[in-house]
Design a protein around this ligand. Structure first.
Ligand code: GLN
Length: 544
């Protein structure tokens, strides 16, 4: 008998139903009942990881402590559970094939013809069970990306079918997430797409144990009966997932619907201990009842798709709740910021975050933004590329190094204040070759960063190639932009700040990845606090 229990989450009817949020919410409830839970995402695309994907394709690339570039759903898992994920929590078809092909090249298949079944499915099953076999978890929730019936998810669905059989009753269950659309012309919710989706799953040999139905309207008792009968699930296993005003409401909604109890019963696990959601609900309470309101500008070039900056937006929610402040985010496309538009776009804001990014597009707008907030003393947080832009702006406008730039944008700049490290110069592959994952940083005693963190030694996650060029450090510091965070082993600059500005911090790493509901990130908390202060005191003083 298997020790670890498995929950598979599949999706039907359409994509974007929020499988990740359902999986994370269920995990939260199980964790709140005292179970050790982790979540894994299987992605059916052929990229080895999402690191090489444009954010417009699948949204933000989430980075784990161990340096894995992963799907943004892992961010939800960490934010909900306050537990770290790793490379093992995200597997793509590309990675599966890469591993199988490498084994084939090493001769590990002993002359056999290598096929989808059994070689690819075995590899998938192994990846699914890897987390379970670590002995660390009572329950592993595996979310299968895509929609049932997709050609590319077939090997995953087949692997789930085999595992259900191998693990045996009460050791694994399938939750199928579907959409129950409302036809306004008929004034009715329709169950047929769900019936078809369950049928498609059945054709692959999988019977859903629980149906989670996404809907804009309450499901009536009759409709639930109908779904149960035609989809072959128990009446209590038809779970309604109604649109929520915030994703953080979903665990409570699922608790009310009994998703966790049905799952536990089917897995033969105790549901006696009621979930302890006290801290979670205290957060929700603060999030929903703010005492103040501020507006932060998020300057980036992927602003059309909100998912591109998912972790940043969520970090503001956590930090807002902590400060009992409603944080409105105004996304501003850096490409449309120039000398004529800047005042209009920035002057009313209470704080500005210049976002991470790659490539040249929109960087002049970011540099202009930094100049404006530096001169007008508006609270500023620059993340990764945002920090690099702050260094470039300072070099150009304070040090007078005209045309200072990053060699990422201009290889022949006379002043490469941001440059590649030697080790990076030899690398030509794009996938997985950046400085990735958690690195140590030592903060200067008494600096704003050190006061914000309340400690001198921190670990933060990275995802970049270019670095502050040490050759310009002395000059930059002498003119007022201080390097207050350094990698203790390499001396690389991790944090810059302007002591004579009320709140101006640039960080080479990504604090947003580590912000969770239980542990809002200190930098975001302090930034929101500074923006609130600015909105209440300095801003009006400037206007007066
Ligand atoms: N493009 C920059 C670099 O590679 C910054 C990356 C980022 O913002 N994540 O260094």
């Amino acid at each position: 008998m298997a020790d670890t229990k498995y929950i598979f989450v599949t999706g039907g009817v359409t994509s974007s139903l929020g499988k990740g949020i359902i999986a994370a919410s269920l995990a939260k409830l199980l964790q709140a009942r005292g179970y050790k839970v982790t979540i894994q995402k299987l992605d059916p695309y052929i990229n080895v990881d999402p690191g090489t994907l444009n954010p417009y394709e699948h949204g933000e690339c989430y980075v784990t402590d161990d340096g894995a570039e992963t799907d943004l759903d892992l961010g939800h898992y960490e934010r909900f559970l306050n537990e770290k994920t790793s490379q093992a929590n995200n597997v793509t078809t590309g990675r599966i094939y890469q591993s199988v092909i490498e084994k084939e090249r090493r001769g590990e298949f002993l002359g056999k013809t290598v096929q989808v079944i059994p070689h690819i499915t075995n590899e998938i099953k192994e990846r699914i069970q890897m987390l379970g076999k670590s002995g660390e978890y009572d329950i592993v929730i595996t979310e299968i990306g895509g929609t049932v019936g997709d050609i590319e998810s077939l090997p995953y669905i087949e692997s789930v079918r085999q595992l259900m059989w191998e693990l045996g009753d009460n050791n694994a269950i399938v939750i199928h997430l579907t959409l129950v659309p409302f036809l306004s012309a008929a004034g009715e919710l329709k169950t047929k797409p769900t019936q078809h989706s369950v049928k498609t799953l059945m054709e692959s040999g999988i019977k859903a144990d629980i149906l989670v139905c996404r809907t804009e309207h309450e499901l009536s008792d009759d409709l639930r009966e109908k779904l149960a009968l035609f989809c072959n699930v128990r009446r209590e296993a038809v779970i309604q997932s109604i649109d929520a005003s915030t994703i953080y409401d979903v665990p409570n909604l699922m608790l009310k619907e009994g998703l966790d109890t049905v799952a536990l019963k089917k897995l033969n696990l105790s549901d006696e201990k009621f979930p302890d959601l006290e801290k979670w609900n205290a957060f929700l309470d603060r999030h929903k009842n703010p005492k103040h309101e501020i507006t932060i500008g998020l300057v980036g070039k992927y602003v059309e798709l909100q998912d591109s900056y998912k972790s940043i937006l969520e970090a503001f929610i956590h930090a807002g709740a902590k400060n009992e402040v409603r944080v409105n985010i105004e996304t501003i496309h850096s490409e449309y910021i120039d000398n004529t538009t800047i005042k209009n776009k920035i002057s009313h804001l209470d704080g500005v975050l210049v976002a991470p990014g790659f490539g040249e597009r929109g960087i002049e707008g970011k540099i202009n933004t930094v100049k404006y907030v530096r001169e007008h003393k508006i609270p500023f947080l620059g993340i990764c590329l945002g920090m690099q832009m702050a260094v470039i702006e300072f070099a150009r406008n304070v040090l007078g190094l005209k045309d200072a730039n990053s060699t990422e944008m201009n290889e022949t700049t006379p002043h490469p204040v941001i440059d590649l490290m030697e080790a990076q110069k030899e690398i030509t592959d794009k996938g997985g070759t950046m400085r990735l994952g958690a690195w140590k940083c030592s903060l200067k005693e008494g600096s704003l960063a050190q006061r914000v963190y309340g400690q001198e030694s921190i670990m933060e996650r990275h995802r970049h190639r270019y670095e502050f060029n040490d050759k310009y450090k002395e000059q930059t510091e002498a003119a007022g932009l201080k390097a207050t965070g350094l990698n203790p082993d390499t001396g690389l600059v991790e944090v810059v700040e302007l002591p004579e500005h009320p709140w101006f911090v640039g960080v080479q790493y990504h604090p947003e990845y580590k912000s969770t509901v239980a542990n809002p990130h200190p930098l975001f908390v302090a930034f929101v606090k500074a923006a609130l202060k600015y909105s209440q005191e300095e801003k009006s003083a400037t206007l007066a």
